[in-house]
Structures are given as C-alpha cells and as structure tokens.
Design a protein around this ligand. Structure first.
Ligand SMILES: *[C@@H]1O[C@H](CO)[C@@H](O)[C@H](O)[C@H]1NC(C)=O
Ligand SMILES: *[C@@H]1O[C@H](CO)[C@@H](O)[C@H](O)[C@H]1NC(C)=O
Ligand SMILES: *[C@@H]1O[C@H](CO)[C@@H](O)[C@H](O)[C@H]1NC(C)=O
Ligand SMILES: *[C@@H]1O[C@H](CO)[C@@H](O)[C@H](O)[C@H]1NC(C)=O
Ligand SMILES: *[C@@H]1O[C@H](CO)[C@@H](O)[C@H](O)[C@H]1NC(C)=O
Ligand SMILES: *[C@@H]1O[C@H](CO)[C@@H](O)[C@H](O)[C@H]1NC(C)=O
Length: 524
C-alpha cells in the first residue's frame, strides 16, 4: 500500500483538496458500489444525506488516534466494518522530538474488492493511505517536525478522515505536487515548472547583482512591496495561491515613513517567534535583513512606488493610525478565501468546486481547535446567523433556496468584526490602509478591501508610470527596464496588467479567475 507523506504548515491544509482533485477521476477495476462511503455516525449521516451532492466529497472525520491505552478508536468504515486505531510513540530517528507509529487494524470487509481510503492529519502534516487487506496496518511518522507537533499529537492524537474511495486517483496526484513544498533546489525548480506550465510565467534570469543598492530616501509612504516566494512551505503555498487567483506575486507588504523620516514596513502574515502568523510593523532595516538573510523561501521582491499624484492624496496620519490599530492582530484567515471566490463557476480551476472548499473547511475545523470558527464565522455572517457549524450552514443555505456555492460568493464587508478582531489578509491589509488614507476618495464607501486579491491590488492605476522618475538604483544592472523596481531575486518578476485599472465602485466583487488566461471582464 502506498503511503505518501506531505509536510505542510497549517495553512496548506487549505489547499490540500485542491491538490487532491488535480488528477481527475479514478480509473481502476473496482465495482461502483464499493466506492460509496458509509458515514460512521448515524446522526451526521441523517443531516448530511439530505444534502446529496453538496456533501458527496466531504471527508468524514472519524476521530483521533491517541496513545492512551483505554481509548483506542473504533469505527465502521466504508469497506471494513470493524476498524481500530491507536498511536505508539517511538524515537527510531533519534531526533529531538522522536516519532510515532499509527496502528490501524481493519477487519470484516463487506466485499473482496473494496478499499477504505483515509487522510491522516495533524496541524503540521497531511498523509494518506488506503487499505485493501484485513489485517493490522501501520503508518510511520519518522519524526515530529517541532515540539509543538509532538505536544499536539500527545494531547489530541492524529486525526483520521474517511474519504470517498473514488478519490484515490486524485490523492495519488498529491505525489506530483509534493516537491512544490520541498525546501531544496529541486523544490524550487518544481515551483517554477508548475507556474510556467499552468500560468505561462517565464522566469528569465536577471543579471547579477540580484540585490539592489537601495537608498531609503527614495522610498515613500504607501509604496507597495510585491513579494513572490518560490521555495519551501511558503513557496509551495504561494504557487497554489498564484495559480488559483491569477496573481504573479504571492505576498505583499507596504512602506511607511514616520514623522522623523524613518522607514517602516507593515506586513500582514509575518511569522513571529512563537510560530504564529500575525500583523507587524517593522523597521525597514530589520525587515530587509530578514528577507535577504533568513527567509528561506527565496523571496523575489518588487517595490511598486506610488504615482506622485496618488502619493499626494495619501493621508499618512490616517495610514499610521490604521497600521498601528492592526499591529499584533492575527493574519486574516477568516476571509482570505472570499477575496478569491466571487462567482459560482468562474473561480475554481476544474475540477475544483465548492464541495472542495467544504472539504477543506471540514478538515481544518478538526485540526485547528483555536480556529474552529475560521470560516464558520465568516459564513454565519453571510447568512446573518450565529454559531451554526458547517453542516448546519449548508442546511440553512439550502432551506432558504440558496446553496453553499452561492453563499461563498457573497462579498465580504470590511466592517465585519470577528471574535478576534477585524480580519485582513496580506493584501486586504494594504488596500484597507489605502482606503483609510483616502486613496479611493470619493468612492471609498463602495470599495471592499477584502475583495482584493494581490493581482487586484497591483493592477490598480495607483503606481508610477513615468520610468524616468523611478529611483536611480531601480533595475540599475538590468537591460530590461521593468516599470517597477525589483529589489531582489534571481528571476525577473512579471506583473501582467500592472498599473492599468482605475478604481471604480464595487470593483473586484464579481470577478472570475480561471487559468491559464485569467480573463478579467471590464467592470467586474
Ligand atoms: C483507563 O481506564 C481505567 C478504568 O476505567 C481508569 O481507571 C484509568 O484512569 C484509565 N487510564 C487512562 C490513561 O485514561
Ligand atoms: C473489532 O476489532 C477489535 C480489535 O481487533 C476486536 O477487539 C473487537 O472484538 C472487534 N469487534 C467486533 C464487533 O468484531
Ligand atoms: C530521541 O533520541 C535523541 C538521541 O538519543 C535524543 O536527543 C532525543 O531527546 C530523543 N527524543 C525524545 C522525544 O525522546
Ligand atoms: C488625515 O487623517 C487624520 C486622521 O484620520 C484626520 O484627522 C485629518 O483630518 C486627515 N487630513 C486630511 C487632510 O484629510
Ligand atoms: C489554543 O489557545 C489556548 C489559549 O489561548 C492555548 O493555550 C493553546 O495552546 C492553543 N492551542 C493551539 C493548538 O494553538
Ligand atoms: C517624466 O518625468 C520627467 C522627469 O520628471 C519629465 O521631464 C517628463 O516630462 C515626464 N514624462 C511624462 C510623459 O510625463
């Protein structure tokens, strides 16, 4: 039996089913009747069976396998009617945190040809396997990634999800995208190959030196930093995000000068010492030194200077007020998915769809107890309800004659307040700052910052359009003169449609985003 292992930071769970579905339908000689999953809990089955297609693909949470001798987990699968699972910790790898083995004993198959297909997950990794034989199976976790993972598994166990077995071919496709997340030259090349193939990116090498000799006097408040990471966990995550949204950058930050002329960087999505992803304001020197020396994602960074007329509009006091008010708040997990999904059919690269989004949410909600409300809270706001869980939300949406698909397309409102405060992704944070600082005047009230993807931000006609006004050190050693200043990176960055769209009311609230062309209708 094949066991594929993926090491992922928590956020990547978000895209797991994206990857799962990349490979299309499964073609193996099993009888269709063997492919129907049975849900382990009669109660949830009752709720879910009324939903038919809306939940067909939902992974079913079985429970968590722990090492406690009293409480080995027992359930009925789709194929094997008696399954038991438990964890045994070990230290075969002599690593700081040791490893563990998950034991699964499967018996009472209902047919000769059936299989059970499972996803196993901790907040730090996702693995899958399938079982065809009635016997004891093991799944080895050679070593835990961090102390936090060891502690998590000790306390909460490894979560087990039963999948519809027809998903097996698509799960196998995971193996192909695994290298996207590898922190190596091989992983980096896999990202480049993926983006070339699926987005038509070019990745031409630039002449050395790859780091600009920056004079901070030439950087001003409101200048935008477009960042593209191509290696390691964040590289893999950004690759999928770029592909799904059509953005040629995967992360953003913004420059601000204080009254003494000192330069700062505001960033939503900075990993702090505790492993949390938060909003920060850092001195430029500190931020830049980190990007150059410590960021192992091989960041490519471009400075997009504001147009002088736009800069003149920027109320720096108001920008600072906003940035200070957000400092230390968690990254905008609640709404990041909604900036991308605006339409029922025009946003998901096939065969991705709202079912997959629901699957992601199902897996996520079991793994991040502190973020259980991650999307539920956002979905409840869309319904005007409170505290409904995912199945209840789906039921409620259908009861009102709507659907889960439709619910996902309801635009986020910037003034929605979540339990942990306002929620902003890396780019919503900057667009909101622009909004507060007056850049969208006089249509400020009809702009929802949380509806902007990274591409939506860099195509705004806000930036310098006269190359003779770009700083001297900008693209100094490159004979190809970009319309913005790439300040680090081996490959030339490209931002198609950069600086082309004047803001208009309700912009980006109804935009499709389908690869490979990502055609954007006027006025969407
Ligand atoms: C296991 O169960 C026994 C009897 O029910 C109980 O006394 C004991 O505390 C339990 N041990 C653990 C580790 O839960
Ligand atoms: C299910 O399997 C477990 C472990 O193999 C066994 O102890 C138990 O008796 C089995 N239950 C049934 C109903 O067969
Ligand atoms: C595993 O073994 C190594 C080397 O013997 C040791 O340093 C480490 O602390 C052990 N880890 C655990 C979790 O026991
Ligand atoms: C700039 O913003 C501050 C704080 O919001 C406000 O008090 C001030 O009136 C604004 N200045 C202008 C010129 O709009
Ligand atoms: C969840 O939050 C609580 C309280 O803030 C904290 O003690 C705990 O470590 C957190 N758990 C995880 C898995 O982050
Ligand atoms: C570009 O900027 C230069 C220097 O400020 C100026 O002389 C020139 O007229 C500008 N060109 C355009 C097309 O605005």
């Amino acid at each position: 039996m094949a066991t594929k292992l993926l090491l992922l930071p928590p956020l990547l769970l978000l895209i797991l089913p994206t990857l799962i579905l990349l490979n299309g339908p499964w073609k193996a000689p099993f009888r269709p009747s063997d492919l129907l999953p049975l849900l382990p809990r009669p109660v949830s089955w009752t709720i879910l069976s009324s939903l038919h297609s809306a939940v067909d693909l939902l992974p079913t949470f079985i429970g968590a396998a722990t090492s406690s001798p009293n409480s080995s987990l027992n359930w009925k699968g789709a194929c094997f009617y008696n399954n038991t699972a438990w964890m045994v910790f070990h230290n075969k790898s002599s690593s700081p945190f040791g490893g563990g083995t998950l034991h699964i004993k499967a018996s009472k198959a209902h047919s000769w040809t059936c299989i059970d297909l499972y996803i196993f997950a901790t907040p730090y990794r996702v693995t899958w396997d399938y079982y065809f034989l009635a016997r004891e199976h093991t799944l080895d976790f050679k070593e835990w990634e961090t102390e936090a993972e060891l502690e998590y598994v000790k306390q909460n166990g490894v979560s087990i999800f039963l999948m519809k077995s027809g998903m097996i071919g698509t799960l196998q496709a995971l193996w192909d995208v695994f290298p996207l997340f590898s922190n190596s030259r091989w992983g980096e090349n896999s990202n480049l190959a993926f983006l070339k193939k699926h987005m038509g990116a070019t990745f031409e090498q630039r002449p050395q030196p790859w780091v600009s000799n920056i004079n901070v006097d030439d950087i001003h408040s409101g200048d935008f930093l477009a960042i593209s990471k191509i290696r390691g966990h964040w590289g893999g995550f950004e690759t999928i995000e770029k592909w799904a949204t059509g953005s040629f950058a995967g992360h953003t930050a913004v420059c601000l000068k204080d009254s003494e002329g000192k330069l700062w960087v505001g960033e939503s999505g900075h990993d702090n010492d505790k492993g949390e992803t938060v909003i920060v304001v850092l001195p430029w020197e500190e931020w830049w030194a980190f990007e150059l020396a410590q960021d192992d994602a091989d960041p490519h960074i471009a400075l997009l200077p504001l147009h002088p007329d736009i800069r003149a509009k920027l109320n720096v006091t108001a920008a600072w007020e906003y940035v200070r008010s957000m400092s230390g708040k968690p990254y905008g997990y609640h709404n990041m998915i909604f900036s991308w999904i605006d339409t029922i059919h025009g946003n998901y690269p096939p065969p991705l769809d709202a079912h997959v989004a629901a699957s992601i949410m199902t897996v996520w909600s079991k793994l991040q107890p502190n973020y259980t409300d991650l999307w539920n809270e956002a979905l409840n706001k869309r319904l005007g309800t409170k505290g409904l869980d995912l199945p209840e939300i789906i039921v409620e949406a259908e009861r009102r004659g709507s659907s889960f698909d439709e619910l996902l397309t309801v635009p986020e409102q910037d003034d929605w307040l979540y339990a942990d405060g306002r929620s902003t992704s890396c780019v919503a944070y900057i667009v909101e700052m622009y909004k507060q600082a007056g850049l969208f005047h006089p249509i400020t009230d009809s702009i929802q910052a949380t509806e902007f993807t990274i591409k939506d931000a860099y195509i705004l006609k806000f930036f310098e359009d006269n190359s003779s006004r770009l700083p001297e050190w900008c693209n100094e050693h490159d004979d190809v003169k970009l319309p913005f200043c790439q300040i680090t990176g081996k490959y030339r960055m490209e931002l198609p449609d950069y600086n082309t769209i004047e803001p208009y009311p309700h912009m980006n609230e109804r935009c499709p985003s389908l690869p490979p062309k990502y055609i954007r209708p006027d006025g969407c």
